[in-house]
Design a protein around this ligand. Structure first.
Ligand code: FES
Length: 175
């Protein structure tokens, strides 16, 4: 059966005055202003609730005076930029070799079940969680591990610790 796609809510986006100042400051740091795209995308993604919408691209294009196509190219190439809305907690679980062999996939499944997500990329109904399986994050000796948003890594996990992490994030959000 074909899965019905939820329409993605669209909303206008403008960088905050601090965000505009941040991007302008990035622009003068480099000889080529294209070099400022990645950090500016991070800032705009944070201000847009964790994802890069077409409106974010348009705003950055305007503020940076760089063609939208060039900014979109960067946003599309790098997996750390989300092209659709994510939950308050975007949980990126490493499932590459070491983490995979030490239970990364089972860890993901258990956490998703606890969070109420039936598949990766889907946002839980309470808007709190989205899960992604990601490639090696460079911390193989502490596998299995994950990253929540852009916070420091959480390492040496197992299924039970993962479930507890979901519960503690839910409690932190007051739900
Ligand atoms: S395999 Fe997971 S951090 Fe390297």
């Amino acid at each position: 059966m074909e899965m019905q796609k939820q329409p993605i809510p669209r909303k206008a986006f403008k960088l905050s005055p601090e965000g505009v100042a941040y991007v302008k400051n990035e622009l003068v740091r480099y000889e080529q202003k294209q070099s400022a795209i990645i950090r500016s995308l991070y800032r705009a993604q944070d201000e847009n609730g964790g994802w890069v919408s077409p409106e974010v691209i348009a705003e950055l294009s305007n503020v940076m005076d760089i063609p939208a196509a060039q900014i979109e190219e960067v946003a599309t190439f790098y997996t750390m930029f989300n092209k659709q809305p994510v939950g308050k907690y975007h949980i990126q679980v490493c499932c590459t070799l070491t983490c995979g062999m030490l239970g990364g996939r089972e860890l993901t499944d258990s956490m998703m079940k606890e969070a109420g997500c039936s598949r990766t990329g889907e946002m839980s109904k309470d808007g709190l969680f989205t899960f992604s399986k990601v490639e090696c994050l460079g911390s193989c000796d502490t596998a299995p591990m994950l990253q929540v948003n852009r916070d420091p890594y959480i390492e040496g996990l197992n299924e039970q610790k993962g479930i507890e992490l979901v519960r503690s994030l839910r409690a932190k959000a007051g739900k």
